[in-house]
Design a protein around this ligand. Structure first.
Ligand SMILES: *[C@@H]1O[C@H](CO)[C@@H](O)[C@H](O)[C@H]1NC(C)=O
Ligand SMILES: *[C@@H]1O[C@H](CO)[C@@H](O)[C@H](O)[C@H]1NC(C)=O
Ligand SMILES: *[C@@H]1O[C@H](CO)[C@@H](O)[C@H](O)[C@H]1NC(C)=O
Ligand SMILES: [Cu+2]
Length: 581
């Protein structure tokens, strides 16, 4: 059960209300708790085992993808921890062993383990059956030469500093705030902070299960969003063996709960404001994490807009500096890191971005050919390592309120067709081509007003923007004011849509919510070892006929003079301190 408690702080008027119907979420689908296989891994001590230089092997637990809500099945996948350092380089040392664990019963000591797979042999019904096959010589053995040598060099799998680290002893370029921050944060501790920056304001907080959440986003005192919040990270892996077919949604592990202190100067600029969190998740109890959220102005080092008036009597260039206000958090869930950015712009648009980083999840690769059937499902990236194909999908709740909550939904598509098709799509009575028509086919804008909700897909062949509009509030040019959801870099969903889509709710004149999913297909490559270089997906929320003209026209121009008058002293220019909650 999930409960809603409030108003906070608890007072005479506070209530505790169940958020769901009893039994709506089966107990088998509860989040991770301390009895589960314990994320990220159990370490199993193997002192004095002669044939293995490492003192440890470890296991990872993933929920098993199945459609039976009456049982709770996990996949347990084994890794070795090279050099016994207990570090995350174990993610690149998979062992060819996995099994399933039935966690349905209420007594963890009775949970049965089954479906043992060893190097594509099995499944064996129990550990005893696998041991029996081994002892009777029926098992074909897969070996891990090298890794079991005492002097095995596993530097390739670590993030330890390589030599030479940097060709220059000088520090890199840095941002600073010549006259201090231009944004403000409320000092109230507790459930988040209110921020203000150049007309923007909002309330940011972190949820233990789903992560970054921003409420009551306003621009120049007008509500733009009731809520903009991250919902889930979905990952599905492919693979031939049972351990390959894993699927998970990271809210299970706690996306906010897995946000750990940001490193100043690495994750966010030195001058960012860093804010702590107090979260409680599952049975783990409350915990405080310092600096899990950073907020800062980001110099994009490029113009937001510009023009050279070359034909002017006094030729000159005009422009405004591109500066974003960024709200960022990083969640590290086992092997993966996710960087979540919400970037506010001076043109009244918002960019929402999810960036992936970290170690890949991997399977054992047998150069001898025993696991050759894995080939279509991944890429060999080291001697005994196959990184399997997977995707990362990031879901966001976008509750736009355009000039109030009575909003309608519209789509705009760019199409190619004849004059007749273009005019008919716009509802023109006279759909004949004009007499001067010289082109058979031309491009046109097709605007539709779906009356009821439906799934919408990004499709590069028909570029589409999705609009929340208010028919009762027009801009100076008579167009309903709106905000558009504009896809940035994102991969289309490839799996068939056999999950139930929401159906039939009215989209007219009502309080609309969009559930926006962006993502990437991760086709592994050897350059993803040891760590994947950050890559991601994004979308934008852009004012679309909301204003009468460009909002950022009044933004600051380049200000090189300030540089001189403020005479920055990098040694003394440390950073601005914020009092943290
Ligand atoms: C669950 O999956 C099995 C096997 O794929 C299928 O036979 C069954 O109909 C599915 N059940 C539901 C409720 O979707
Ligand atoms: C898991 O265990 C439950 C009983 O605790 C049983 O009803 C269910 O069939 C089991 N599921 C599988 C897949 O073995
Ligand atoms: C939307 O609702 C308004 C009244 O609130 C009505 O006039 C209009 O026809 C409706 N439009 C559609 C497409 O249903
Ligand atoms: Cu990936």
């Amino acid at each position: 059960m999930e409960y809603k408690v409030g108003p906070l702080p608890i007072g005479p008027g506070s209530q505790i209300l169940p958020l769901r119907r009893p039994g709506e979420i089966p107990h088998t689908k509860r989040p991770l708790d301390r009895h589960s296989g314990t994320w990220p891994y159990h370490s199993v001590s193997k002192p004095g085992t002669p044939e293995c230089s490492g003192d440890y092997i470890s296991w990872l637990e993933y929920p098993f993808l199945h459609n039976d809500t009456s049982s709770r099945i996990s996949v347990i996948k084994w890794h070795m921890i090279p050099g016994a350092r207990g570090g995350d380089e174990s993610f690149l040392h998979p062992l060819p062993l996995s099994f399933k664990l039935n966690e349905t019963g209420l007594d963890p000591s009775q949970w049965p383990a089954f479906d043992f797979e060893y190097c594509h042999q099995g499944p064996f019904e129990s550990a005893a059956a696998l041991l029996q096959a081994f002892q009777s010589g029926q098992l074909r053995l897969c070996r891990l030469p090298g890794a079991s040598d005492r002097d095995y060099d596993y530097l390739w799998s670590t993030t330890d500093a390589r030599v030479p680290k940097s060709p220059s002893a000088k520090p890199g370029p840095r941002q600073f705030m010549p006259r201090g921050p231009r944004f403000s944060l409320s000092s109230a501790s507790g459930a988040g902070r209110r921020f203000r920056w150049f007309g923007w304001e909002g309330h940011v907080t972190l949820r233990a299960d789903t992560g970054l959440s921003i409420f009551d986003v306003r621009y120049k005192n007008q509500r733009i969003l009731y809520e903009l919040s991250h919902q889930d990270m979905y990952v599905s892996y492919s693979g031939f063996g049972g351990a390959g077919q894993t699927f998970y949604m990271d809210s299970f592990f706690g996306i906010g709960y897995n946000c750990r202190p940001l490193r100043r100067g690495l994750d966010c600029p030195w001058h960012a404001a860093y804010v702590a969190s107090e979260l409680s998740y599952g049975t783990a109890g409350p915990g405080r994490q310092e600096a899990v959220l950073c907020l800062f102005e980001d110099d994009l080092a490029a113009p937001a807009w510009r023009h050279t008036h070359a034909g002017d009597r006094h030729p000159h260039a005009d422009g405004a500096r591109g500066v974003d206000f960024v709200v960022r958090t990083v969640s590290s869930i086992g092997n993966y890191d996710y960087v979540f950015d919400v970037r506010f712009r001076q043109d009244a648009s918002i960019e929402v971005k999810t960036t992936m980083a970290g170690y890949m999840s991997t399977l054992y690769f047998d150069p001898g050919g025993a696991t050759a059937r894995e080939a279509p499902f991944g890429t060999r990236v080291a001697e005994h390592v196959l990184a399997n194909l997977h995707d990362h999908l990031s879901g966001w709740k976008v509750d736009l309120d355009v000039a109030g909550t009575a909003n309608a939904f519209a789509t705009q598509r760019v199409r190619a067709g004849t004059y007749e098709q273009a005019l008919r799509a716009a509802g023109a009575r006279d759909a004949r081509a004009p007499a001067w028509a010289s082109q058979q086919v031309l491009k046109y804008i097709e605007t539709t007003r779906p009356a009821v909700e439906a799934g919408l897909r990004v499709d590069g062949r028909t570029p589409t923007t999705w609009h929340f509009v208010n028919d009762r509030s027009l801009n100076a040019w008579g167009t309903p004011r709106g905000y558009a959801i504009v896809p940035g870099v994102t991969a289309p969903q490839l799996l068939p849509e056999d999950h139930p889509l929401p159906q039939g709710e009215s989209l007219n004149d009502t309080d609309l919510v969009a559930w926006v999913t962006i993502g990437v297909q991760h086709v592994p490559r050897s350059e993803d070892v040891p760590l994947i270089a950050n890559f991601g997906a994004n979308f934008y929320l852009k004012p679309w006929n909301y204003f009468d003209s460009l909002e950022s026209i009044s933004a600051d121009a380049e200000d090189s003079d300030d540089w001189e008058t403020c005479s920055p002293n990098f040694a003394g220019q440390a950073f601005y301190q914020y009092s943290l909650g």
